[in-house]
Unconditional design. Structure first.
Length: 460
């Protein structure tokens, strides 16, 4: 069907950021701090993406794999520090792996950031308001405008109808690469052998947990990767409950008795397909009900817990990966490969929740990643389209490499780099791919970002 109509056109901004998760929030703030006029579009009525709407947490490590060096700094550190000063977070330098805040896991779980999602909403909003970022909430990007291979703006749908938002540079922080895909940029979807993606998960929180009893259980069963493993195995073998995965992944929050639960799991869902997402919401909400029955019946410390809340949306771990000027690979992460155009460093390892089985979470057979690895600017620059930058979950990486850099601290770092580059590009009238790397790097370092110890050694 061909559908035509006139659409109102808003004023042009220097930088238009789509999506306000960790990457979009930091992209918008960084672009504004670098002198650009910035509009931030978000489909929900509040900011934060998975930090808030997804109830996802804690922020995984912002440190090296061994927990010794803080790698992600800049706006992420400012965000964590501001949440902490409001009593809504613990700075990652104060947490250690193997403890309740890290879900009792050690590998990859040093120096996590537990935080309160309501505090995240406030700090995210404060940062944007302070930097005079124009917020357009309740607005969903439905199309991308392209002229001569260059993005000139997007079309959003909201209560006011359809609106065109023109911009010099657009930063796609939708997680799903919606802007890039609607602009017909090249992308990949899922793992190479069959296109399958990681499962989707609806986070929820439980209150009135007896924390001491959970700790006591963990002391009695120190070798279990997740707490309650043998109880879950027993339930599986009896067949008395329909449990979505082997193990219960629980993360203690700042509030006594309140834990986040990362345990629902729906396989085979395309997170860019609204019908499949709708079905997954129903499945996952039924899983929450069944898990609560299991918790009450079987889990020490959770006998009297109550469902505090479920996320506003099911969480999607993986969809489109836009093909950029460079595709980050697993080998880059294993070797800790160094890049001349490094814009961020991270230490979180590959974390693939199996796309095809209920076992997990770490993909067996993938060796440990380097203690620190680097992310180059070219992963943020789409190969086939101009005036567009990427950040967060939709950047240019393989299925395996994305499974490491997708977590929230690196997403903040990539967002800060994209926002800064977008402001530099719009100011100097060049394409993002032609931004001076040395100027971008100098500006990011001046803002407090870090590129890790290897960069420092090379430039000592
Ligand atoms: C189940 C699950 C568990 C996870 N566990 C952890 C964890 O414990 N710790 C951790 O650090 N990371 C975790 N992650 C990873 C992490 O949450 C994400 O990869 C990260 O949030 C990516 O940041 P982002 O900014 O790219 O995307 P998001 O946080 O997804 O933000 C994208 C934003 O864009 C908006 N948006 C999307 N499309 C449109 C559109 N078309 N128009 C307008 N707005 C749009 C969304 O509403 C959202 O606000 C988990 C992810 C999932 C799904």
């Amino acid at each position: 069907m061909l559908y035509q109509r006139d659409i109102p056109v808003e004023s042009e901004t220097d930088v238009l950021v789509i999506g306000s998760g960790p990457s979009g929030l930091s992209a918008a703030v960084a672009a504004a701090r670098n002198g650009a006029s910035v509009r931030l579009v978000e489909r929900f009525g509040f900011l934060g993406g998975n930090l808030t709407a997804g109830l996802v947490g804690p922020c995984m490590t912002s440190f090296s794999l061994d927990g010794s060096i803080q790698l992600v700094r800049g706006i992420f550190d400012e965000f964590a520090t501001r949440m902490e000063s409001l009593g809504g977070a613990v700075h990652p330098s104060k947490t250690i792996g193997g403890t309740p805040y890290s879900g009792f896991m050690k590998y990859g779980h040093e120096a996590v950031t537990p935080f309160d999602p309501e505090t995240a909403k406030i700090v995210a909003m404060d940062l944007c308001v302070e930097e005079e970022v124009e917020l357009l909430l309740h607005s969903f990007v439905v199309d991308t405008l392209i002229e001569n291979g260059e993005v000139t703006g997007v079309v959003v749908a909201n209560k006011s109808g359809l609106i065109v938002l023109p911009a010099k540079i657009v930063v796609d922080c939708t997680g799903d690469g919606d802007v890039a895909a609607r602009g017909e940029a090249k992308f990949e979807h899922g793992r190479v052998k069959d296109g399958a993606t990681q499962p989707v998960t609806l986070f929820f929180r439980v209150a009135d947990v007896d924390d001491a009893k959970v700790d006591e259980y963990k002391r009695d069963y120190p070798d279990e990767n997740f707490p309650f493993e043998h109880i879950v195995e027993q339930a599986h073998s009896e067949g008395s409950y329909t449990l979505p995965r082997r193990g219960v992944q629980l993360f203690k929050t700042l509030e006594p008795g309140v834990w986040r639960v990362n345990t629902t799991r729906v396989l085979g869902v395309d997170g860019t397909n609204a019908k499949e997402l709708s079905e997954a919401e129903v499945t996952a909400r039924n899983q929450v009900r069944e898990l609560m029955r299991f918790f009450h019946d079987r889990l020490p410390g959770l006998e009297n817990c109550r469902l505090l809340d479920t996320a506003a949306t099911i969480g999607v771990r993986e969809t489109r990966r836009v093909v950029g000027e460079y595709v980050l690979t697993l080998d880059d992460l294993l070797q800790g490969r160094q890049f001349d155009d490094v814009i961020a460093a991270a230490g979180y390892p590959v974390d693939i929740h199996s796309p095809s089985s209920t076992d997990g979470p770490f993909d067996e057979g993938i060796p440990p990643t380097a203690n620190t690895y680097e992310i180059p600017y070219r992963c943020l620059v789409p190969e086939s389209i101009d005036s567009l930058l990427l950040a967060g979950r939709c950047v240019s990486a393989t299925h395996e490499a994305l499974a490491a850099i997708r977590v929230m601290p690196p997403s903040f770092a990539m967002g800060e780099a994209s926002g800064t580059a977008a402001a530099l590009a719009s100011k100097s009238g060049v394409q993002p791919r032609d931004v001076s790397i040395s100027v971008l790097q100098a500006q990011l370092l001046k803002q407090g970002a870090s590129f890790g110890p290897n960069y420092e050694l090379r430039n000592a």
